[in-house]
Design a protein around this ligand. Sequence first.
Ligand SMILES: [Zn+2]
Length: 336
Amino acid sequence: MGLVRTAQNLAASLIWYSGLGRLLHNNMSPRFTVLMYHRIAKDKESIEYFPDVYGGTSKTFDAQMRFLAEHCNLISFDELDDILSGKKSAPKHAVLVTFDDGYKDNHDVAYPILKKYKIPCTFALSTGFVGHKRLMWWDQLSYVLGKTTKDSIKVEATEIELKDHKRALRKITKYMKTLTEKKKRPFLESLSNELGVVLPEERVSMTWDEVRNLHGITLSAHTVNHPIMTKIPLAEAKKEAMDSVRKIERETGNRVTIFTYPNGKKADMSSDLDAYLHHKGIRFILTTLYRENDYRISAPFIINRKGVNIQHNLSMFRLQALGVDTFLQGYIKRFL
Ligand SMILES: [Zn+2]
């Protein structure tokens, strides 16, 4: 684990166990937190492909969910809609839990734990992957870099050392996020050729039967092919979004009112698309902007979310869930 992570975890433990975390939390203005996960590993040994998308193992995820069940008010997006529309009053520190991309471990590992603690949760599905032997590009990239015996590779005139796998993965992932969607596949193909590794194709997503087997889970559309929406023409982006909405509705019989942006930063979002989706019945638009959420927003509700990382300890998770971490960040920024 890196020095920064270790220092963050240590600071989080000090803040939590000194009682400062709870003290700060009690004095904060009412806001709600939406947590974002991608994958949960059965155990450390079963971590596969891109390691950074894991939010925990079954053991640490269980501890996180137990904390939420004991200390927070867990609500669904339907309940949040009632609160934001003024039909219901806001509970003290509401938390929502979300999972992106539709990985199979969401069904196999996370779902039983969510059920155990009766935690309402939302799974965002990229429908072109559900039931298919098809990997997200970052999983393919991680696999290729892990398997190659080559020492370095040139990407856009920059020589990247491959011995430090994590660093190389971070660098090439960052580069690939700048590519248009059409260029991602050819780039991966030439990279895997040069590195002498065959691009893997395996099913790591849920099947529709598994999706239908989920009870108490709300489904969100997350496009068909997981493109960054501002890197494709608007007409195509609209189709990607609505095709995934319709596919989920057809397969499950439930209405979809939540759309989750791939990548989800400011530059990946389009206000034209937001307006179109709102017109089509979408109430919530989920981002990956790492912030708390204010209750004073209007539809379509643009929702900030905080990613949970497997490298964070339980104290850090507690501060995340209670909104103390972002409160402290804002405080530090204001006074330094
Ligand atoms: Zn995603």
